[in-house]
Design a protein around this ligand. Structure first.
Ligand code: FAD
Ligand code: DHB
Length: 391
């Protein structure tokens, strides 16, 4: 089989790239290890930056997002019992974010792909990249016991943190930067009304909590846990009682409890691999970088990579120019590092760090007090939260 682009991974990065290339008449095949049902069952991010919403509009898949997505123009930060409202709209000259689950974005992209009759290979095993530093790189995989080979001009590595693409680059040609945090997040999804419409990011002496939602009838909550914790230790009852204890006292009466429909624990990590290109392989999204979820940047950074990469690929095929692909890594990394900085900062402000000294605790408290007293500091937070411009 021959095509212009092979995209490894059918998460949001891979599917969005496929859709933007399709809109520009470029052939691409998407190769995914899991089944489509498995991909759709993963509950992950939920907050979309305004620039990401605009990108999904450009991709032609934002119709349901505009019908069902919830526009949020602010959120709360609670430090112990002290509450600060961040008015995103006011602080950014009218910008907002949209609450719309990653699962829904993925579903919309999958539907657009199948409607257009485009090829996505689900359930591909033993995916292998061959000759990636040559002009005709290949991807081999096994499906139903048979080995297949696709020859392409360019390969997009959109296969997440544990994928095969980054691992195929020789160690001497890639540099990794990493910070692992000493805690994880326990996430719970439940069909109960959210405790309030605006999201709440809270730092309680027992740990971080986040109150989010997917709709006015479906809540998404997170609690800071230890790194070695497991969901088996968290009955629904323990989860709700712990969340209730961490909430500000006046909000506890508004908490509706109910059976969980999903429960998972994710570790927290900051990670960047540089550069994002090796030969004709280009990394994007979680394959290249990870942020701790505080600040909701993971999915949004994946989208901005894809915006840069799709434009570079279009330039390559339509204008026969390599300028875009040559500049992709540098351009994407500049925005990625700003997302890394912001996610690290939000994580430092809002979590209980087991190793923190009394000095560190005072600094964290002062960071919140400063934020509370300074509109300039709030503006910096708001500008980053709604999403920096793609430029
Ligand atoms: P992924 O979504 O990981 O997609 C990669 C795809 O590649 C997957 O479908 C995978 O099956 C496939 N793949 C892997 N290996 C291979 C292979 N060898 N061959 C073929 N296919 C392969 N961000 C937030 O902002 N807020 C959150 O609350 C949040 N929660 C998260 C919870 C978890 C458990 C995880 C893992 C991430 C979370 N994120 C969150 C981050 C956000 O979901 C990611 O940034 C986003 O999914 C990145 O999209 P992606 O397409 O780059 O990678
Ligand atoms: C959600 C996740 C986040 O990491 C975040 O910062 C905000 C919301 C969510 O899943 O709704």
């Amino acid at each position: 089989m021959k095509t212009q682009v092979v995209i490894i991974g059918a998460g949001p990065s891979g599917l969005l790239l496929g859709q933007l290339l399709y809109k520009n008449g470029i052939d691409a095949i998407v190769i995914e290890r899991q089944s489509s049902e498995y991909v759709l069952a993963r509950i992950r991010a939920g907050v979309l930056e305004q620039v990401m919403v605009e990108l999904l509009e450009e991709a032609g898949i934002a119709q349901r997002l505009h019908q069902e997505g919830l526009v949020h123009d602010g959120f709360d930060i609670v430090f112990n019992q002290d509450r600060l409202h961040i008015d995103l709209k006011e602080l950014t000259g009218g910008k907002t974010v949209t609450v719309y689950g990653q699962t829904e974005v993925t579903k919309d992209l999958m539907q657009a792909r199948s409607k257009a009759g485009l090829t996505t290979v689900y359930g591909a095993q033993d995916v292998e990249l061959v000759d990636i530093d040559s002009h005709n790189p290949k991807v081999r995989y096994t499906l139903d016991g048979k080995t297949h080979e696709v020859v392409a001009e360019l390969i997009a590595g959109c296969d997440g943190f544990h994928g095969v693409c980054r691992a195929s680059i020789p160690k001497s040609s890639i540099q990794e930067f990493e910070r692992v945090y000493p805690f994880g997040w326990l996430g719970v999804l439940a069909d109960v009304p959210p405790v309030q419409h605006d999201l709440i990011y809270g730092n309680h002496p027992d740990g971080f909590y986040l109150c989010s939602l997917r709709s006015e009838r479906r809540s998404r909550y997170y609690l800071q846990t230890t790194t070695n914790d497991s969901v088996e230790n968290w009955s629904d009852e323990r989860f709700w009682d712990t969340l209730e204890q961490r909430l500000p006292i006046d909000l506890r009466v508004s908490l509706t409890k109910g059976p969980s429909i999903e429960k998972s624990i994710a570790p927290l990590r900051s990670f960047v691999a540089e550069p994002l290109r090796y030969g004709n392989l280009f990394l994007a999204g979680d394959a290249a970088h990870i942020v701790p979820p505080t600040g909701a940047k993971g999915l949004n950074l994946a989208a901005s990579d894809i915006r840069y990469l799709s434009r570079a690929f279009i330039e390559y095929f339509k204008d026969k120019s390599s300028a875009g692909i040559d500049f992709y890594s540098q351009k994407a990394l500049s925005r990625i590092w700003k997302g890394e900085r912001f996610s690290w900062w939000m994580s430092m402000l809002l979590h209980q760090f087991p190793e923190n000294s009394s000095f560190d605790k005072k600094i964290q408290e002062t960071e919140f007090n400063y934020l509370k007293s300074s509109e300039a500091a709030q503006r910096v937070l708001a500008e980053n939260y709604v999403g920096l411009s793609y430029d």
